[in-house]
Ligand binder design. Structure first.
Ligand code: ASP
Ligand code: MG
Length: 409
């Protein structure tokens, strides 16, 4: 008998019929002789709807109250899934984040897991019950309701699997697994049998939003092997795990894209110690997540310049945060902004041991007539920005150049 954690996302519990399907699927797993713990999200659209209502009341609602509000979405679904199981004769019980012993820290709406106390879950499991745990929520040291950031049910699932030492952790979702690229854009994209945590993280942080990034980091840290697969069929999905010697030997594992990006360039910054720290510090304080950061010194005037990318929606906030620091530190500085760009990233741990990967990618883009804006690299990623209108062509060109439609030896 294995202990299996199954996470069902918002689409999988998106209607009463789908909730019944989730119950049926859990029962199938139980009938195969396993213990099942489901972690469920709010029904699709519910969290967004709650946020919208909050914003209708206040443009800046209290984050503590947002947590209280948003956590209700998952509470609806655990009760409904549990009722569906009970209706089919299963001895099931719903469990909130607090009852699951998910202790959190950090600011409201962005909780991080501090530790887990699975005592109550064990008690129910020992009594033969099937558990339905609320995703996305935990409890602060002083007993407040806390949510784990958008997509946080993934994190709950990984944490529950880790704390119960589950044999299997399945992330059941509306995609079949992790693909070499979005199959809606690249028709011959291929489902990957396996991907390493590091690659999954790079793909997630560069736009392939299969899972919440923090949940993958958590899985890596605690060695939780999990599988991303469809909740609508029984096809095998993609296993996410630590890199191992028998993994498909590819230089590039996949290509991800991220639209709606903007670039900010600041010129005329005095070339003195501490400048970058103070400028970027102001953006960090405004909680703006910068992505690519490129800086250099212009030969002709000796001033430094910084360029960075961020989601277009943060542009206004960034300008507001930059104005006061620049006014006091760098009166000659100018800010230029550019929207309508997109980012393409090629990701693969094989890059660590291969050279010439960037050249293949840039040549493929050149041959497709696509102009590259900014370039940045990490040990396992090469990312470029291109005009947003060309991003799909860019993805196809790079996917082809690396032959990602075919399994490599
Ligand atoms: N319901 C939350 C959200 O929409 C958490 C989740 O679905 O994972 O972000
Ligand atoms: Mg989700």
């Amino acid at each position: 008998m294995a202990l299996i954690v199954q996470k069902y996302g918002g689409t999988s519990v998106g209607s009463i019929d789908r909730i019944r399907n989730v119950a049926a699927r859990m029962i199938r797993t139980r009938d195969e002789g396993h213990q099942v713990v489901a972690v469920v999200s709010a029904m699709s659209g519910v969290t967004d709807g709650l946020i919208k209502m909050a914003r209708e009341i206040s443009s800046n609602p209290s984050e503590r109250e947002l947590d209280v509000l948003l956590a209700t979405g998952e509470q609806q679904s655990i009760a409904l899934v549990t009722m569906a199981l009970q209706e089919l004769g299963v001895d099931a019980v719903s469990i909130t984040g607090r009852q699951a012993g998910i202790h959190t820290t950090g600011s409201h709406t962005r909780g991080r897991i501090l530790n887990m106390n699975p005592a109550l879950m064990h008690q129910f499991l020992n009594a033969g019950k099937t558990l339905v745990v609320a995703g996305f929520q935990g409890v602060t040291p002083d007993g407040m309701i806390h949510t784990l950031g958008r997509g946080g049910s993934d994190l709950t699932a990984i944490a529950v699997a880790a704390s119960l030492k589950a044999d299997v952790c399945q992330i059941l979702t509306d995609v079949d697994g992790v693909y070499t690229c979005d199959p809606r854009i690249v028709k011959n994209a291929r489902k990957l049998p396996e991907i390493s945590y590091d690659e999954m993280l790079e793909m997630a942080s560069s736009g392939s939003k299969v899972m919440q990034s923090r949940s993958v980091e958590f899985a890596k840290k605690f060695g939780v092997v999990f599988e991303v697969r469809s909740s609508l069929n029984d096809n095998p999905g993609t296993l996410v795990l630590e890199e191992h010697p028998h993994m498909e030997n590819a230089v590039i594992r996949g290509v991800s894209i991220e639209r709606s990006q903007a670039r900010v360039t600041i010129t005329g910054i005095p070339d003195t110690p501490g400048m970058s720290g103070r400028i970027l510090g102001a953006l960090a304080e405004a909680e703006i997540n910068l992505d690519m950061i490129i800086s250099n010194i212009a030969q002709h005037d000796g001033f430094a310049r910084h360029s960075f990318t961020m989601p277009s929606c943060d542009l206004g906030k960034a300008q507001a945060a930059l104005k006061p620091v620049l006014a006091s530190l760098a009166p000659d500085a100018k800010i230029e902004t550019e929207g309508g760009i997109a980012k393409l990233s090629a990701v693969g741990t094989g890059m660590r041991s291969h050279s010439g990967v960037a050249a293949i990618m840039f040549q493929a883009l050149g041959a497709a007539g696509i102009n590259i804006g900014m370039i940045s690299t990490s040990e396992i990623k090469i990312a470029v920005t291109v005009d947003e209108t060309q991003i799909e062509d860019a993805a196809r060109a790079v996917h082809d150049a690396f032959g990602l439609d075919k399994m490599s030896a």
